[in-house]
Ligand binder design. Structure first.
Ligand code: ADP
Ligand code: MG
Length: 232
């Protein structure tokens, strides 16, 4: 059932990749619905399909079967141009390694996305300053990636993902490269922005210690998703 109170819904999503003479099922009839303001943690062994689930939700891969509803509308029938626009307007993506451009300042990393969205430079600058404040980097706007710590770079990445006011935030192992204290502060930041901006967040994590900061946890195994427990 399409629902806009669930900005992200996967309905019976199966994703097969070619594998030699046959295929491998990276996702096997996955169902998932995430509400606005909710974080779902995704755990499971390596190769179980976690990143594939994020890629399908991000509309970066088209499922073999099933529906991916973003903000209530099915994305699986859209062409490449519409998908690019949909991602820009509705989806924020945060990967493990913040792939920031080495020559750009923190503010510029954020501004280029808004440029692609057709925003004026003035509006983009103001928004970038606001979002850097949100992630606690208001005074680092002019710094380039090499002048920032790993945790600060991940914060820039988060600020960039929020620039387009996304409905859905997809986060793949955001703390894999960080020590414990910095990891904890990144997860708390994701919690805060999910609440404040009412996004539907899915976060892949290997660190079950942080699961209590999220609303629910689902386990992936051999492409199958099992809801485990609700932590609230
Ligand atoms: P996880 O993120 O849980 O480690 P993945 O989603 O990366 O798992 O992978 C799930 C399965 O799909 C694995 O067997 C992996 O080898 C396979 N796979 C992932 N991406 C591709 C791809 N682009 N082409 C072929 N097989 C892939
Ligand atoms: Mg992965």
């Amino acid at each position: 059932m399409p629902s806009t109170s669930h900005p992200l819904q996967l309905v019976n999503v199966t994703l097969e990749y070619p594998d030699g003479d046959g295929t491998i099922k990276a996702l096997d009839s996955v169902n998932l619905a995430v509400q606005a303001g909710e974080i779902t943690s995704l755990v499971g062994p390596s190769g179980s399909g976690k990143s594939s689930l994020l890629a399908a939700a991000a509309t970066l891969v088209r499922p073999t079967h099933g529906l991916v509803l973003i903000d209530g509308a099915d994305a699986t029938g859209l062409g490449d141009k519409d998908l690019t626009a949909l991602r820009r307007e509705k989806i924020g993506i945060i990967f493990q390694q913040p792939n920031l451009l080495p020559s750009l300042t923190a503010a510029e990393q954020l501004i280029i996305g808004d440029h692609l969205r057709g925003k004026s430079v003035k509006a983009a600058r103001a928004k970038a300053a606001e979002m850097l404040d949100v992630v606690g980097l208001g005074s680092s706007a002019a710094k380039r990636p090499h002048q920032l710590s790993g945790g600060q770079r991940q914060r820039v990445n988060i600020a960039r993902a929020l620039m387009g006011n996304p409905k859905v935030l997809l986060v793949d192992e955001p703390t894999a490269a960080l020590d414990h204290e910095r990891s904890y502060s990144i997860i708390r930041l994701l919690r805060r922005v999910t609440d404040d901006f009412m996004v539907a967040t899915v976060m892949v994590t290997h660190d079950t210690e942080f699961v209590p900061l999220t609303d629910s946890v689902a386990t992936m195994r051999d492409g199958k998703l099992t809801p485990m427990l609700t932590t609230v």
